[in-house]
Ligand binder design. Structure first.
Ligand SMILES: [Zn+2]
Length: 231
């Protein structure tokens, strides 16, 4: 906590390139803005797990945006929160614009936004949920409700890093539970990144089991699969 406070007042280095005296220097901000110019689009998850909702994304999980997400989540760089919130909000806007089912639900005020739970470790070490804070910031002043701590991890799961797609799916199957009734709701699952889709698929299963009428997802970035043909 003291280090986080110190970060707010003392000079720091850019998480993207190491430049002095900026959490994210103008050059790295410009890099992210350039990459985001293409606008939100549906993420290509190959192969998509059965039950994966449509996932809207803004950026490739690479370069400065990757550094910013990791620095905020794992190293407590709170100053990056507004940037991440703005990026996620654009992805959500893409989902609303591109998905007529979600748009109709929004007009009927049936939409609930549910942030993916931060890892148990993040809770233990910092006593807060950094990702939920990003989502709440993104929707501050909006009438769109954010269901806080609606998704619970109900059993121990292994760290997903280093696991392949099928191992991730097995690791997470049945791991999440929803703490409220979602009957008739259109749920937007909010996460920072999508990789294999295992987390969003398990979250979608849990919210459907709680009665959700439709499930949608918005993330900031999706992982780039290098060396594979696109399509
Ligand atoms: Zn930089």
């Amino acid at each position: 906590m003291l280090r986080e406070l110190a970060d707010l007042v003392a000079p720091v280095d850019c998480v993207g390139c190491g430049a002095r005296r900026a959490h994210l220097c103008p050059g790295c901000r410009a890099e992210i803005a350039r990459a985001a110019r293409a606008g939100p689009h549906l993420a290509r998850v190959c192969p998509p797990p059965a039950g994966l909702p449509p996932v809207w994304t803004l950026l490739a999980y690479d370069g400065a945006v990757r550094q910013a997400i990791v620095a905020h989540k794992d190293h407590g760089r709170l100053a990056l929160l507004p940037l991440l919130a703005g990026l996620w909000r654009r992805s959500l806007a893409g989902a609303v614009e591109g998905d007529p089912v979600l748009r109709a639900a929004l007009l009927e005020r049936r939409v609930v936004v549910i942030p993916a739970p931060s890892s148990a470790r993040a809770w233990r070490e910092r006593g807060r949920d950094p990702w939920e804070e990003v989502v709440r910031h993104a929707l501050a002043g909006e009438s769109l409700p954010v269901a806080r701590r609606a998704l619970r991890v109900r059993r121990a799961v292994r760290d997903q890093a280093g696991l392949g797609a099928s191992a991730r799916a097995r690791n997470l199957a049945g791991a999440l539970a929803v703490t409220r009734d979602l009957t008739g709701c259109a749920v937007v699952l909010a996460d920072d990144i999508v990789t294999t889709g295992a987390t969003l698929t398990e979250a979608a299963r849990a919210v459907r089991a709680a009665g959700a009428a439709s499930v949608h997802a918005a993330v900031i970035a999706s992982t780039v699969r290098r060396g594979r043909p696109s399509g």
